[in-house]
Design a protein around this ligand. Structure first.
Ligand SMILES: CC(C)(COP(=O)(O)OP(=O)(O)OC[C@H]1O[C@@H](n2cnc3c(N)ncnc32)[C@H](O)[C@@H]1OP(=O)(O)O)[C@@H](O)C(=O)NCCC(=O)NCCS
Length: 177
């Protein structure tokens, strides 16, 4: 497990809000069409800002590494009102278990009877990651006779979660703010 902190997008002040918007936009721009289920084209920065300001999710965090020099932002993670988890990690920080640590921390902080992950069927690495966290395939949604997304579900009684108890992962306010 990585030593990380989750920094709330919603409780940031004006100054950090601008920086957060830039991170979220950059992370979105690194997503390929196979990794996305919600957008096919990149929004403009103004559209992006409008979307974030609407607070569409229950919680939305930047993921900050507490292990690297200067505590860089390594990605973002959100939880919807339906307990769906979405996550993006910057390319340069991928495959270092930051996503696994952030999802475990999110589930520790926001206890829920179940969690969902809606994944593009071609997004094999994401499917593999959620399966390793104990998520089980549930169903698919269709669009124009094609599978649009595969839905994976985690229930506390149905799987074992990678424990974050040995990590110092925590929810905290931004040390840079
Ligand atoms: C999917 C994503 C979040 C994974 O982030 P990550 O920090 O690289 O993932 P982790 O390092 O925690 O990987 C955990 C496990 O997932 C699997 N995995 C992750 N990336 C993989 C890859 N490129 N190829 C194969 N398996 C992969 C592996 O089993 C890995 O464990 P291992 O490294 O011990 O073998 C990241 O690739 C990403 O941001 N993708 C773009 C956005 C996206 O697809 N989000 C998910 C949909 S909501």
């Amino acid at each position: 497990m990585r030593d990380i902190a989750l920094i709330s997008i919603y409780s940031s002040d004006k100054c950090t809000k601008m920086r957060n918007l830039v991170h979220l936009f950059q992370l979105l721009s690194e997503r390929s069409s196979k990794e996305s289920i919600s957008h096919k084209e990149m929004p403009t920065y103004e559209q992006h800002e409008e979307f974030v300001n609407k607070k569409p999710y229950k919680e939305w965090y930047l993921i900050q590494s507490l292990e690297e020099p200067n505590y860089p932002v390594v990605g973002c993670i959100y939880l919807t009102k339906d307990n769906e988890i979405g996550i993006s990690i910057y390319d340069i920080f991928k495959r270092q278990h930051y996503a696994t640590s952030a999802i475990s921390t999110l589930m520790d902080v926001h206890k829920a009877p179940y969690y969902l992950a809606n994944i593009n069927p071609e997004n094999y690495k994401s499917k593999e990651m959620f399966k390793r966290l104990g998520f089980k395939f549930k169903t698919v949604t269709m669009e124009n006779k094609k599978i649009k997304q595969e839905i994976y579900k985690f229930t506390a009684d149905g799987a074992s979660l990678v424990s974050s108890s040995n990590s110092q992962a925590e929810l905290q306010s931004d040390p840079n703010s």
